[in-house]
Design a protein around this ligand. Structure first.
Ligand code: ADP
Length: 161
């Protein structure tokens, strides 16, 4: 049983995240999508909301679990018996930071490898920040987030919760 963890803030989950989740779920036996608690940036959606969004978009994938975690990713991965961390790579700009994190995580947990999955070209410039910017200014997030979440995200963003 090969378990991988896909960590992130997922604030909110985008089509880019969903693409990476599908790819990773096809390669590993078990995939844990883990929402991080310890973010420096103030999130727009609560951890519970972000997990609920993720659950709704991954319902069809039997080997995907949604979780949240606090503290060091390397320790969390060890507790879950994971052999890999999944990272989505967009542009070159993601690379330097992710490279640094991958080496740090390997030092903390030598059995843990970071696997980089390349995003589909159409999601290259998509991020949760872009989605939030659009929603806050009253634009439509259709085509940026999974279809079943479009209405909810726009509604909750406008309400400011
Ligand atoms: P962001 O706020 O930038 O969307 P997250 O912390 O939620 O970032 O991202 C979690 C992981 O998903 C990271 O590995 C990030 O590189 C990856 N990711 C985010 N957006 C995309 C995308 N459009 N395509 C591929 N990977 C992505």
């Amino acid at each position: 049983m090969r378990t991988a963890i896909y960590p992130g803030s997922f604030d909110p989950v985008t089509l880019g995240h969903q693409d990476i989740i599908r790819r990773a779920a096809a390669v590993f036996d078990r995939l844990i999508v883990a929402v991080m608690h310890n973010q420096n940036k103030t999130p727009m959606f609560s951890v519970e909301e972000r997990m609920e969004f993720l659950r709704r978009t991954t319902g069809g994938l039997d080997n995907v679990e949604i979780a949240s975690f606090d503290g060091l990713l390397a320790d969390y991965a060890r507790r879950q018996g994971a052999c890999a961390i999944i990272k989505g790579l967009r542009a070159v700009s993601d690379f330097e930071y992710e490279f640094q994190m991958a080496l740090a995580n390997r030092k903390l947990n030598p059995e843990l490898d970071t696997v980089f999955l390349m995003t589909s070209a159409e999601y290259m410039y998509l991020s949760s920040s872009v989605v939030k910017d659009i929603a806050v200014h009253g634009g439509s997030v259709a085509g940026f987030v999974p279809e079943e979440l479009v209405e909810d995200i726009m509604l909750r963003t406008r309400k400011g919760d």
